[in-house]
Design a protein around this ligand. Sequence first.
Ligand SMILES: Cc1cc2nc3c(=O)[nH]c(=O)nc-3n(C[C@H](O)[C@H](O)[C@H](O)COP(=O)(O)OP(=O)(O)OC[C@H]3O[C@@H](n4cnc5c(N)ncnc54)[C@H](O)[C@@H]3O)c2cc1C
Ligand code: HEM
Length: 349
Amino acid sequence: MAGYFYARIFLNNPGVRDMFPVTMDVQRARLLGAIVTAVQSVDDPDRFDEYLRSLGRDHRKFQVVPEHYEVVGAALLEAMRTFAGPEWSYEYDQAWRDAYDVIARKMLAGASADSNPAWWHAEVVSHERRSSDIAMLTVRPFQQLEYRAGQYLSVEVPKFHPRVWRTYSVANAPRTDNTMDFHVRALGAGWVSGALVRRVQAGDLVRLAAPMGSMVLDRRSTRDIVFVAGGTGLSPIKALLEDLTTFNRTRWVHVFFGARNRDDLYDLASLQELAAAYPWLSIVPVCSDDPGWGGEEGSVADALARFGPWMEHDFFVSGSPNMVRGTLRALSQLKVPQTRIRYDAFSEH
Ligand SMILES: Cc1cc2nc3c(=O)[nH]c(=O)nc-3n(C[C@H](O)[C@H](O)[C@H](O)COP(=O)(O)OP(=O)(O)OC[C@H]3O[C@@H](n4cnc5c(N)ncnc54)[C@H](O)[C@@H]3O)c2cc1C
Ligand code: HEM
């Protein structure tokens, strides 16, 4: 179906092909998958309104114009009709068309209300390997890029993979010199993470797109905070911690930082430095597979359950989809209300 969907777009509008990566075999279902996910969430407008507006802002990096939404919407419906078989009905057709239109309108409204550049060029100013597959990078955008601590944005490494974008969380609160840190783990044969960890060097250029995400601090809340990070899921949590150091006096903050082994606790030393400077902060490192490790063992979710009670806390969870799922399950068993939990899973769907 994805093949058919893209063929409809590219045959009718050959110019659109240039917006997509050169090789699309690994990821040919990406856009289609994203649209189907968005359509399925259309009944929950409160939750997705701001997401869709920021996705529209983000899509300015592809130089998407309103006509493209019509082209993509028409290809979506044609693909649905062709592959749904005899059960497809007029009502389904209308419902998908309506839902797509609502989403497209929100994305377009987000894009047209944005006075920022469609993307930012940035120079890599430092690159440090922290373990066999983790690197910490600092980049400096050439123009001011405003974001909030806890947000993420799309990154492209044009030198190695032009037009391939992946999202990464910014690992620091906004700075006056405009620099931004990223913590990246190379995933198997992954394109962008592989390039960011193993190939990029200081002096290289990357492109960044509009900041997104609502995992930000509610400064009005007086509740204590628990941050739960798996691997490079620490990145947005580091930014939130830096943000807290600028104003927090009264909220106790716990960080549960989980990884497979000691090596993967790649930024523990700087967390411990922060904890030494701020008495409200405590750090609990957790290893799931490190014989001889003297600290907390098992998954971060296991470790959380050994501490607590957590009924009165605000929670922020960040990491791989598995880690986030496991932690959300544990929090629900610990009776933490869902409204107190914010999370970013490292996967779009
Ligand atoms: C909101 C959000 C924030 C994020 N923040 C961070 C962050 O701060 N730090 C971070 O490290 N990551 C983060 N991620 C994850 C990141 O966006 C990427 O998904 C990740 O880096 C992998 O991208 P990639 O291009 O390297 O892999 P892809 O090329 O997209 O590959 C993904 C998977 O497919 C496998 N694969 C690749 N090529 C092939 C092939 N030919 N055949 C079979 N399998 C293949 C790879 O091994 C990998 O497991 C975040 C994700 C989200 C959604
Ligand atoms: C309802 C409308 C749309 C939604 C909800 C949507 C959503 C998304 C999302 C979430 C992604 C990231 C997916 C991922 O990387 O896994 C994406 C990628 C992309 N979108 Fe859209 N999009 C929409 C319309 C469009 C339109 C009209 C265009 C222009 C032709 C477009 C061009 C792209 C491109 C080029 C990519 C990158 C695909 C890739 O890397 O293979 N999108 N879209």
